[in-house]
Design a protein around this ligand. Structure first.
Ligand code: KIV
Length: 292
């Protein structure tokens, strides 16, 4: 088992210019594989609402759903730095609720940190979380919990003012205690400038190659989510195709009685087949005597 990844480890990677790797994860078997691959950070994202539960946005995801998925992922990935994504309404209503809900990720699911969306208006929440000893990652650019305000899943920071606002927000959140910031779907120049100004790790999901690390949603990377594919996704596998082929092969095997074959069946213990035959024969004899 590898040594646990810590926030100082991430700072060290940033200082050395070594890229930080990050993936989302929602379940135990995938966590086992991400851990085996050696990913630095695992985010249990509220994207679970779309990738696993089939919702059209992340808004229906609740704290209880997030905690259950974080617990499963922690069991499979004891070594990765595990971040629980704070779902919609778990931190926007009050700072007190934000601390209580963030604390649940740490206490009930053994997370190492939490992530929350939003710019400068979230600075008081970052200060409170840091004060409570809960490491918090910021999330700027395309923030899916504000989809209604943003008008859909579209790139952000593409004009100079909007870009500058993202860059400024990152500095403000760092000043409020964020240990790292995730930048989603902004031009690479915004990723570059934000990273240059920061003294904490800046992670990109669609923010170009100049950031300190990269994140992809695991279902996108594996080709396991068909509804849409953002421009920033690189597919490393085609699981949809592989799984569909496996299901179709199973259905035709069953239809043709090719499955199960002898290697999938449990043999009787030695000598027991003859004894069973005699039990069946004597039961049949009794039945014929009773019903001539
Ligand atoms: O929920 C999630 O997976 C995320 C990523 C899109 C960054 O927040």
């Amino acid at each position: 088992m590898r040594e646990k990844v810590t926030i100082p480890d991430l700072m060290e990677k940033r200082a050395k210019g070594e890229p930080i790797t990050m993936l989302t994860c929602y379940d135990y078997p995938t966590a086992l594989l991400e851990e085996k691959a050696g990913v630095d950070i695992i985010l249990v994202g509220d994207s679970v609402g779309m990738t696993v539960y089939g919702h059209s946005s992340t808004l229906p995801v609740t704290m209880d759903i997030m905690i259950a998925h974080c617990q499963a992922v922690r069991r499979g990935a004891p070594g990765a730095l595990l971040i629980g994504d704070m779902p919609y309404l778990s931190y926007q209503v009050s700072v007190t609720e934000a601390v209580r809900n963030a604390g649940r990720f740490m206490q009930e699911a053994a997370c190492d940190a939490v992530k929350l969306e939003g710019g400068r208006s979230m600075a008081p929440v970052f200060r409170a979380l840091t004060g409570a000893g809960i490491p918090a990652m910021g999330h700027l650019g395309l923030t899916p919990q504000s989809l209604a305000m943003l008008g859909g899943f579209r790139a952000q920071g593409r004009d100079a003012e909007a870009a500058w606002r993202v860059i400024e927000d990152a500095s403000i959140l760092e000043g409020a205690g964020a240990f790292s910031i995730l930048l989603e779907a902004v031009p690479p120049e915004v990723g570059d400038e934000t990273t240059r100004r920061a003294s904490i790790p800046i992670i990109s999901i669609g923010a170009g190659p100049h950031c300190d690390g990269q994140l992809l949603i695991v279902h996108d990377l594996l080709g396991f989510f068909e509804r849409f594919t953002p421009r920033f996704v690189k597919k490393y596998a085609d699981l949809n195709h592989t799984i569909l082929e496996a299901f179709q092969a199973y259905l035709s095997d069953v239809a043709a009685r090719n499955f199960p074959s002898p290697e999938h069946c449990y043999p009787m213990k030695k000598g027991e087949l003859a004894r069973l035959a005699s039990l069946i024969a004597s039961a049949k004899g009794r039945c014929e005597e009773e019903n001539p």
